[in-house]
Design a protein around this ligand. Sequence first.
Ligand SMILES: Cc1cc2nc3c(=O)[nH]c(=O)nc-3n(C[C@H](O)[C@H](O)[C@H](O)COP(=O)(O)O)c2cc1C
Length: 196
Amino acid sequence: MILEAKEAKTQYDILREIKDRWSPRAFAPEPIDTKTLNTLFEAMRWASSSMNEQPWRVIYAHKGEEAHKKIVDALMPGNQIWAEQAPVLMVNLVKKTYTRNGAPNKSAHHDLGLAIGNLALQATAEGIGLHQMGGFHKTQLEELFDLPEDYEAVTVIALGYFGDPDQLPEALRNRELEERNRMPIDEFVHHGQFSR
Ligand SMILES: Cc1cc2nc3c(=O)[nH]c(=O)nc-3n(C[C@H](O)[C@H](O)[C@H](O)COP(=O)(O)O)c2cc1C
């Protein structure tokens, strides 16, 4: 059974794409065409960023391309096992300094996150699943792509249309079917003062 949306049980009503987005590990083999990928990149483009620096950069590759293999090579084994089947893999980078004056950009990671948030919601609207990964060998990936000193690989994302969870090893299949859950609002929202 292919699961496209894993609707969050929200405390308040929110946008459909936020509710439905989840991180799949099973992908259909069908590729993502260039126009659809560009729609996702367009969504990234319009994220806000400190000083409008737009510090995000991406390197993407389709399954079967050399760069896709390179990205798989740099993933941790627990991610390799499922992510190598993803039709598209993408490395998300930041430029660490402001172009205008060379000063360190302390908002670069934050702003990449905003752009990826846009991409995630656009992908959900397009019926595409994405799974973000921090589990990769950073230095290896940066060397494989010969990144200049001023750039850092922050995350890798697997993208594709939703696949059949039965194609996954049992432990991963069970995780695929688990409900999404979150801490309640009052555990992270404080009115007027911080409390633990
Ligand atoms: C920065 C970041 C790094 C992550 N790294 C991994 C990873 O290496 N492997 C993995 O399977 N999932 C990874 N995830 C996915 C999270 O585990 C997942 O988003 C979280 O459990 C919430 O589930 P949901 O996205 O389905 O709502 C990562 C997510 C983020 C945002």
